[in-house]
Write a protein that binds this ligand. Structure first.
Ligand SMILES: Nc1nc2c(ncn2[C@@H]2O[C@H](COP(=O)(O)OP(=O)(O)OP(=O)(O)O)[C@@H](O)[C@H]2O)c(=O)[nH]1
Ligand SMILES: [K+]
Ligand SMILES: [Mg+2]
Length: 367
């Protein structure tokens, strides 16, 4: 942790320009390596109250998992209670919640697991408080709600993001559009279709040498920066959508509320007066990007109250089958689909067919 602090302060002192970008890249790589080491078993981090980067032992249930992350007393437990009807202790003192409390929100036929988590503090990712356990659990979520108290400094948002980022979580971001392939010989090569990329060969070489990588092909299709490069080399990054839930808006003026409401990814609420909670649940639904697929047994109407819920990255007929039962795909012959993903009603499709929200599917099995 001492070394991390030293590197962070050196980075802060270094001016950012073309001449220093190789040096900064090397420092960023060093930082990423130290942070990873800190999380490895047996790291013996100071204050290791968070354990070795293991999350809380709560079973994943339902169609998606959403985690409440924030500083103490911002109202995370109040939110869980109001949204799920579960009981998690609420009090005016900090660190009221000491463990992970799950609840379930039902929306549009989907079961969404909501996790109330202990408050984190600065330095959480480095082992302060239960921070590591909290952030490891956050890593398992399909959506993170960063809960902020609108009366507290806006800098708190950055601090929380920094804690999550230090643990390999990337918020509202897609995996970098670059490929990094190690090879046996030939040095480091860099190709891109971009005319004026932010990264250059020298910076890439400097980062690679920090990893003792001397031969690799780097191909960039999007304008990635040095942080993206470190992420791609490190691997084990998770890309999770995030909503900033600004709580306690009963304490601010309408003018202030208007400003907050316009910021991207923000959702203002008042947990205990239940203002904005419907909007929040709907926003969660959109950020989770789930599909409702209705099953149609032969000769009967589909059950619209009980959809099979699929994440957007498993939106094929095969994904649908596997969500119902692992064995189904072995007996799969074809499927009949009604809905926006097809032209005819119904249309015969194979298991690779990509479904859309509210499609109706009938599976026809081999006999
Ligand atoms: N004014 C106001 N107070 C709220 C609101 N929501 C929660 N609170 C109060 O804020 C305090 C902390 O609420 P908790 O729900 O315990 O906060 P927490 O984030 O779970 O806190 P820890 O578990 O200690 O991290 C309590 O006194 C709540 O009554 C709100 O919308 N407005
Ligand atoms: K509290
Ligand atoms: Mg709490």
């Amino acid at each position: 942790m001492q070394k991390i602090a030293e590197i962070e302060s050196e980075m802060a002192k270094t001016q950012k320009n073309k001449a220093t970008s190789g040096h900064l890249g090397m420092l960023k790589a060093k930082l990423a390596k130290l942070r990873r080491e800190l999380l490895e078993p047996g790291a013996g981090a100071a204050g290791g109250g968070g354990g070795k980067g293991e999350g809380f032992d709560v079973n994943k249930v339902g169609d998606a998992r959403v985690g409440l992350v924030g500083f103490p007393s911002v109202g995370k437990s109040t939110l869980l209670n109001k949204l799920t009807g579960t009981f998690s202790e609420v009090a005016s003192y900090e660190f009221t919640t000491l463990t992970c409390i799950p609840g379930v929100v039902r929306y549009r036929g989907a079961k969404i697991q909501l996790l109330d988590l202990p408050g984190i503090i600065e330095g959480a990712k480095d082992g302060k408080g239960r921070g590591r356990q909290v952030i490891s659990t956050a890593r398992t979520c399909n959506l993170i709600l960063v809960v902020l108290d609108c009366l507290k400094p806006i800098s708190h948002k950055k601090l929380i993001e920094h804690e999550l980022e230090g643990f390999g979580i990337r918020l509202n971001k897609q995996p970098p559009g670059m490929t990094f392939r190690r090879k046996e010989k030939g040095g480091i090569s860099f190709t891109t279709t971009l005319s004026n990329p932010r990264l250059d060969l020298d910076t890439i070489k400097s980062v690679c040498s920090e990893y003792r990588i001397h031969n690799a092909d780097v191909y960039m299709k999007e304008d990635c920066d040095v942080d993206d490069l470190v992420d791609v080399i490190e691997g084990s990054r998770v890309y999770i959508p995030c909503i900033y839930v600004i709580n306690k808006i009963d304490q601010i003026t309408l003018e202030e509320l208007n400003v907050i409401s316009r910021l991207p990814h923000y959702c203002p609420v008042c947990a205990y007066k239940e203002w904005g909670l419907e909007e929040l649940v709907h926003m969660c639904w959109e950020y989770l990007d789930l599909l409702r697929i209705y099953t149609k047994p032969k000769g009967r109407l589909p059950d619209y109250n009980d959809p099979v819920v699929l994440p957007a990255n498993r939106n094929t007929v095969e994904g649908f089958c596997n969500r119902i039962h692992k064995g189904i795909i072995k007996q799969f012959k074809y499927a009949l689909v009604w809905g926006t993903s097809v032209k005819h009603r119904p249309q015969k499709v194979g298991k690779e067919h990509v479904l859309q929200d509210e499609d109706i599917v009938q599976i026809v099995k081999k006999i």
